[in-house]
Design a protein around this ligand. Structure first.
Ligand SMILES: [Zn+2]
Length: 313
């Protein structure tokens, strides 16, 4: 008997949203407002849930392409897909939610108990919109593959009262059974599946979040290197290592300087990276020479006098 070769590919990976990374840095270097703190919490929590869901789809043995975190646009409407799993048939579309606590549905609306019955976006409507746009997009490009779309609640501490029946929702206690069912489906991929996966990845858009961030300036931010583990500013240099006074994490000094430069570039995309600037930003190294050496070794310099460094070598 010839065994079918099973294969599965993580075709597009997931990385932490840039907005969450920047808000995290700002949170360590200035005081954020309540709204921004909530936004940071939601982004982190959402990302955590998506990573958790990835760990389940990655374990599946059925042949598939898995495309994580796609931002697509059709007819001027943007839509974000947490996870797509392309099997022989269908194309699974997952909207992943990491909500925690008690929620309820009422008249097609979705509420949380925790904030005095506050209405929040109905994930079923979100799913419907995304699925419809994806279907139109696939039709537009001539792909014929059925879509199955689900809202997946991944947090075991989530409970939903008055959940509507016959809606495409996977609750935490159904997740394992759902994954087992997916795994049992026969799937054989061919060139047309690869073409579709490549096409979807090529249409992914990258949107920078700068217009959504609270205002901040270089002068206003607390300087110094953040600990790579706990984001604390209580760090100092000991024997060519950056040591955190809070969690004890140690990092090679050169690596910490590079990380600091990348952070600076992320916060201020138009800023000129110079030795003087990095020296001021990093604070805890006395020697300009050390900063300059790390920059010269790792970046291409543009302009001689000002030592303006542009790109990682
Ligand atoms: Zn630390």
């Amino acid at each position: 008997m010839r065994l079918e070769r099973k294969w599965k590919m993580s075709y597009k990976s997931r990385s932490k949203p840039v907005e969450a990374i920047i808000l995290g840095i700002l949170n360590a270097r200035m005081t954020l407002g309540e709204k921004e703190m909530q936004r940071l919490h939601n982004l982190d929590k959402g990302f955590e849930g998506e990573v958790k869901f990835d760990s389940l789809t990655e374990k599946l043995q059925c042949s598939s392409y898995i495309l994580k975190d796609l931002l697509l646009e059709h007819n001027g409407s943007k839509f974000q897909i947490d996870s797509l799993m392309l099997t022989q048939e269908p194309l699974y579309y997952f909207e992943v939610k990491n909500y925690e606590g008690d929620y309820y549905f009422e008249n097609d609306r979705f509420y949380t108990f925790s904030k005095k019955d506050k209405e929040i976006k109905n994930p079923l409507q979100q799913l419907e919109r995304g699925e419809s746009l994806l279907r139109q997009m696939l039709q537009h490009y001539g792909y014929r593959i059925p879509i199955e779309a689900y809202v997946v609640f991944v947090n075991p501490e989530f409970h939903c009262f008055q959940a509507p029946l016959n809606k495409p929702i996977i609750f935490p206690n159904q997740l394992n059974r759902f994954m087992k069912k997916l795994n049992m489906r026969p799937s054989r991929l061919n060139g047309s599946h690869k073409k579709l996966a490549d096409h979807l990845v090529s249409m992914h858009q990258i949107v920078l979040p700068y217009d959504k961030l609270p205002p901040y300036t270089y002068a206003q931010l607390n300087k110094g290197p953040l600990c790579a583990v706990c984001d604390s500013l209580k760090t100092s240099v000991v024997d060519r290592k950056l040591v955190c006074a809070i969690c004890g994490h140690e990092e090679l000094l050169d690596h910490a300087i590079l990380r600091s430069v990348e952070e600076l570039k992320l916060l201020f995309p138009d800023i000129k990276i110079t030795t003087v600037l990095v020296h001021d930003w990093f604070q805890v190294v006395d020697s300009m020479k050390t900063i300059r050496r790390v920059l010269v070794q790792n970046y291409n310099a543009v302009g001689k006098k000002e030592y303006n460094f542009l790109k990682l070598k």
